[in-house]
Write a protein that binds this ligand. Sequence first.
Ligand SMILES: NC(=O)c1ccc[n+]([C@@H]2O[C@H](COP(=O)([O-])OP(=O)(O)OC[C@H]3O[C@@H](n4cnc5c(N)ncnc54)[C@H](O)[C@@H]3O)[C@@H](O)[C@H]2O)c1
Length: 342
Amino acid sequence: MYRGIITGLGMRGLYWLDMVKKHARCEIVAAVEPHEASRKRAIEQFGVSPSMIHDSLADAVTAVGVGGKEGADFVLDVTPPSVHQAVAEAAFGYGLHVLGEKPLSDDYGVCLQVIEAGKKAGVKHMVAQNYRFSPGARQIAKTVASGKVGQPGQCDVRFYMPWADAPGSHYVTQPYMLINDMMVHHFDLMRMILQRNPIAVQAMTWNPSWGWHVGQGSHSIVFEFPDNLYATHVALACSVGDYRDYNGDWRIEGPEGSLEWSDGHIWYGHRHRTETPTREEVLIGAGHPAVDDGLMDEFFDAIEQDREPETSAADNLHSVAMVFAAIKSAKEKRRVELSELG
Ligand SMILES: NC(=O)c1ccc[n+]([C@@H]2O[C@H](COP(=O)([O-])OP(=O)(O)OC[C@H]3O[C@@H](n4cnc5c(N)ncnc54)[C@H](O)[C@@H]3O)[C@@H](O)[C@H]2O)c1
């Protein structure tokens, strides 16, 4: 049984507490939450025991210890992005593994620093890119890899959502949060599904008149991948229109046809005037664990097998690079090579 200290009892942290309770391989033995309002909500509305909540990671470590049969093995970091580095580096100092919420940081230079710190500490540092552990994501990646549509040449993703509308949160008040906090999921999915990392990006961002985000709530982004592959991403975070789910709507085109992933279904299509049209569903599910089980199992398997987890912080640098290159392109109004980030 792996024993974790959770940092951050905001809404996502409370969700994590529930997920961990349902998972057979781990338990939470202490929590860190410095803010009174979050502590109060966790205790009064979610039944968290006051005795397990501490002001700092140092206090939590003093209370529960590290390693052995009783002490903590890992930190589950569910703080806001600007805090991730401080939490991870403190955890590394105690030799604790870290499973941290995305995005790795809200600053690319900090991402590089924290990856190095994790490597030096010799612990596992994984980013919770949970979207790629969904059965649908796993299935479409497998179907693309099987060559069903041939070598993909184009991938188009659309996302319309009334995203992050609680006033005052970092999602609403900080710039470029839609790209940094939400779209890092889709960019990470692109890398997994297309099995490539992009080389350049061109982005435009704007804010519709009715939007509630201080930063840009809308964008159109084009990524160039190797092998003449292009991916577009269009998003509107203040949509009050119809929407499907947080995965967005995907279409991948190759010389042998198209794959569409939307609303929990995947469709293969092939249609040309010289051939009989085909539209068939690619069934999702068999052999794929539920999202959170898959993510946590990967973390614990990586510890047991002493290998890098699939979404290690080092691997995740390629996903956050897409975020920061897109933001740079939007700010500077030009095509940006990912290598420019250094
Ligand atoms: N993977 C997903 O699908 C998903 C979904 C939602 C949120 N998230 C991520 O989870 C993280 C937290 O999001 P949230 O919506 O819960 O944010 P939030 O602001 O609601 O909660 C964060 C909590 O962390 C606490 N905190 C701040 N500094 C701290 C510190 N030094 N030590 C311990 N706690 C500290 C705050 O007091 C707050 O209670 C973000 O990185 C977000 O992107 C991921």
